[in-house]
Design a binder for this molecule. Structure first.
Ligand code: ADP
Ligand code: MG
Length: 488
């Protein structure tokens, strides 16, 4: 368990999230306007999105399918009848004066996401429900010193609000949960999970209490837009609330804003009650009634999800848990991995070499050049060829790293690179023995020191042979020969 310990004793942290995930759909939830990101302000606005009197909402059935798919992918129950409600409030970028949402009877009840915590324990983060709602527009305050502007492109885009139970216990768990959630949504292709573009945002609910007592009063921190900021916000809130409680005061239930530039949260308003919004059933929309057959068909279309894929990768290829999770976290990465192994004989060894080279060296290259696996300059076929060269000891691991860099730069095949540069590993014992002898003769003084107990010099001799052979000597054979010659 993760407790925080201060001079006054132990505290437990309780966290629940409300994640707003933008539905992947060409058009908005109740209008036919486009959802395209990055177009000119107010380009994608239908009458309804601008609340022109007389315009009426029409349910976009694709958005509903997407939300059903999400609910099923997150192990929830799809309710055959759900309702839309009006949540009334005034905001400049909400021209209707209300948001159409689902308050009393949401589309999805329950569900859970399985995470592996930093303590290595697998736990379920339970979901309360998922409902669908419209997004608001955007107010722009930084274009003019005297005016604000309104961009309604986002107004009316479909959102899924995924509400968790208060099941997380630390900032680390929040980060693990969000990465997992994002990965599942991306597999489902129902939300792209892009926090930078705002297509996934989270409101954070945090409270602290003494272990064994009732949960404390929570503060809600609005719209924190990256995992890094969420971590900072959790830590700030925990410290703030513990400070208040330790000085004998009470935490106020309130809505707070996160300030990116200072890493602090600031009180925004006292927490509103449901009654402040005057929720009532949306009169312009009928109840949302679903046929079981529609839900079943969507269930059929759900691909293998990351947990199942990771388990299968471990089973089929016998690769380590950690590698399997990393590879399975993005469908495209897993596809790359399996493509590289597709027409080779089942070979545990090759599968393991590949998983470690992909999650190590290839990921490092992708990171360095800021590319996704789909944009990789190295193809699965070339990756496979390189792994075979490593496995059959045609090249050493050290040279393989240089080859991988060159593969990225030139898109040449690894074999062509090895041949062109004469980089084959030297495995002939005779040849290696010749180099070892040469080194020992040239460093006779060091040989004497070694024999007098300076063991560290072994590495020096290895280094010298590698220098002469430009790193091509097979390290294992070199070690054996060196040991033999030094010990005689
Ligand atoms: P509301 O709809 O008024 O915001 P909910 O009860 O639906 O309130 O809870 C919203 C979020 O707050 C959920 O994610 C829930 O898990 C979380 N939450 C509820 N109680 C606590 C608590 N004591 N500490 C931290 N989070 C909490
Ligand atoms: Mg809330």
């Amino acid at each position: 368990m993760s407790y925080i310990e201060t001079s006054s004793g132990k505290w437990e942290i309780i966290i629940g999230l409300e994640v707003h995930a933008q539905v992947i759909s060409e058009s908005k939830l109740f209008s036919s306007a486009s959802t395209k990101f990055g177009t000119a302000p107010n380009e994608n606005v239908a009458y309804l999105d601008a609340a022109i009197p007389g315009s009426l909402p029409v349910i976009n059935s694709f958005c509903i399918d997407q939300a059903i798919k999400t609910g099923l992918g997150l192990n929830g129950t799809i309710n055959l009848t759900s309702f839309f409600d009006r949540k009334n409030y005034f905001y400049a970028d909400l021209p209707q004066g209300y948001q159409i949402t689902q308050f009393y009877h949401p589309l999805v009840s329950g569900g859970y996401v399985e995470i592996e915590t930093d303590y290595g324990e697998v736990k379920k983060v339970n979901l309360d429900h998922i409902h669908i709602e419209q997004d608001a527009g955007k107010s722009i305050h930084d274009q003019s010193p005297i005016r604000s502007f309104i961009d309604l492109n986002r107004s009316g885009i479909g959102l899924m609000e995924i509400v968790t139970k208060p099941d997380m216990r630390s900032a680390v768990e929040v980060a693990i949960f969000l990465r997992k959630l994002r990965s599942i949504l991306r597999y489902l292709k129902t939300c792209d999970g892009n926090m930078d573009e705002g297509s996934m945002r989270a409101d954070l609910n945090v409270s602290v209490h003494r272990p064994g007592t009732d949960y404390g009063t929570r503060a809600e921190v609005k719209n924190v837009n990256s995992i890094k900021f969420l971590t900072i916000a959790v830590n700030f809130e925990v410290e703030r609330q513990i400070g208040i409680l330790e000085s004998g005061k009470k935490v106020k239930q309130e809505t707070r804003l996160f300030d990116n530039s200072t890493g602090r949260t600031i009180a925004m308003r006292s927490k509103e009650d449901a009654q402040d919004y005057r929720y009532f059933p949306e009169p312009d929309l009928p109840p949302l009634r679903l046929e079981q057959s529609r839900i079943d068909a969507i269930r059929e279309s759900i691909p293998e999800l990351p947990d199942a894929k990771s388990k299968r990768l471990q089973r089929d290829y016998n690769i380590p848990y950690y590698d399997a999770c990393l590879i399975a976290s993005e469908k495209e990465v897993a596809d790359f991995y399996e493509k590289a192994l597709c027409d080779v004989e089942p070979d545990e060894n090759l599968a393991k070499i590949l998983s470690s080279w992909m999650t190590g060296e290839l990921f490092a290259l992708l990171n360095r050049y800021n590319k996704t696996i789909v944009e990789s300059k190295i193809s699965p076929e070339h990756m496979k060829e390189l792994m075979i060269l490593i496995k059959t000891e045609v090249i050493s691991g050290k040279i393989a790293k240089d080859i991988l860099e060159l593969m990225w730069e030139t898109q040449e095949s690894p074999l062509a690179i090895v041949e062109g540069r004469d980089w084959r590993q030297i495995t002939s014992e005779d040849e290696i023995r010749k180099y070892v002898r040469e080194v020992l003769v040239n460093h006779n003084d060091k040989v004497v020191e070694y024999k007098n107990g300076k063991d560290k010099l072994f590495g020096f001799f290895v280094g010298q042979v590698m220098k002469i052979t430009q790193g091509k000597a097979n390290p294992q054979i070199l070690n054996e020969i060196l040991k033999r010659l030094l010990d005689t």
